[in-house]
Ligand binder design. Structure first.
Ligand code: AMP
Ligand code: MG
Length: 327
């Protein structure tokens, strides 16, 4: 059964203008998809239409998950990982677009963002507290290298020129899925909504003339916010070392891998990035997490229309120049 929460039953219709069943509502629902919680909250001028729009978003998210889950042997991504080192593999338009964007951020960050991180990360099991053995790391040395991922945009093929490569789109696919969700809502005539997949969110419009207030989680206390920021018509992604991790003494082994070392990136606790699209905020939050405070902010400050908030290893806040200037 569907769990639709009517947050505010607002404007009731005039029978002369709308059918008697049409009334405006806030609708909100969450479902477990893409290994995380996907939430859609929207304002609908007509409830049934709003519910259709919301279900369309969940259906789209499940479709994307089915194609891009590397652990599902039937997914397109798993097939690529099995075949692309043998010969160039034909891939979907959608994957051409996402992998192209991933490679763009790899070049921009000189390899801090690299979807071939999976060549080593596939040996981690964060739930079971398992990390790659030294032998496995040695065997995979140099395998994380986006330069060996050869995308031919015209032929729509992908080829790995290192047989050890596996790719994983976990640092960018949720952002892409959120953008797809927002595009679908807009197509259904929705003008005020938020779509989130774990740490990646995008806001459509505002909330009846006021901004949405988004909380950035305190990295060491899940019940607290480190910060709240008012936002409208923007995407925000947060990458944190608290999402998937296990401790070994004082060492936190978590899911964001520094491609240069093949170990978890140690410099910061969380990074939030603001951008127009969630595919960009998603990839950049992971990128800046790997780069750390000074290199990360230097990168963000050169990108127009992009901002970042970093919580460093000591819990101190750092912001990109435009955010500081707008205070
Ligand atoms: P996010 O939640 O956006 O920070 O993304 C974290 C996810 O990105 C991880 O769970 C991995 O799937 C993926 N990831 C980890 N390290 C990297 C990296 N260096 N480059 C690209 N993706 C990564
Ligand atoms: Mg990200």
């Amino acid at each position: 059964m569907q769990k639709i929460t009517k947050l505010i039953a607002g404007v009731f219709c005039c029978a002369m203008v709308f059918s008697s069943s049409a009334y405006a509502v806030w609708l909100s629902d969450s479902q477990a998809i893409m290994g995380t919680s996907v939430t859609v909250e929207l304002w609908a001028d007509d409830e049934p239409q709003g519910q259709r729009a919301m279900q369309a978003v969940f259906t789209e998210m499940r479709r994307i998950d089915k194609a891009m889950n590397p652990w599902d042997e039937h997914s397109e991504l798993a097939a690529i990982n099995r075949q692309a080192a043998i010969a160039p593999v034909l891939i979907s338009d959608e994957l051409v677009q996402i992998i192209n964007k991933a490679l763009f951020y790899s070049q921009l960050s000189e390899g801090a963002f690299d979807i071939s991180f999976a060549s080593v990360s596939r040996f981690y099991n964060f739930r079971a507290g398992k990390k790659p053995s030294e032998q496995q790391r040695k065997a995979m040395q140099g395998a994380i290298n986006y330069r060996n991922i050869q995308l031919d945009e015209n032929a729509e093929t992908l080829f790995f020129s290192d047989k050890r490569i596996s790719i994983d789109l976990g640092g960018i696919a949720k952002g892409y899925a959120v953008d797809q969700g927002i595009a679908l809502l807009a197509k259904h005539g929705i003008t005020s909504a938020i779509v989130s997949a774990g740490g990646d969110s995008r806001i459509l419009g505002d909330k009846h003339g006021k901004p949405w207030v988004m909380g950035i989680r305190h990295p060491r206390d899940k019940n607290k916010h480190a910060l709240r920021i008012p936002l409208a018509d923007t995407a925000i992604s947060t990458s944190g070392d608290y999402e998937r991790f296990f401790m070994e003494g004082d060492v936190r082994h978590h899911h964001i891998i520094n491609p240069k070392t093949s170990y978890s990136a140690p410099a910061v606790q969380s990074v939030s990035v603001l951008a127009n699209k969630a595919i960009d905020s998603d990839a950049l939050s992971t990128t800046v997490f790997v780069l750390g405070v000074s290199k990360g902010l230097a990168l963000i400050n050169q990108l127009p229309g992009i901002d970042a908030i970093i919580i460093d290893g000591q819990g101190l806040l750092h912001c990109s120049d435009d955010l500081l200037m707008s205070q």
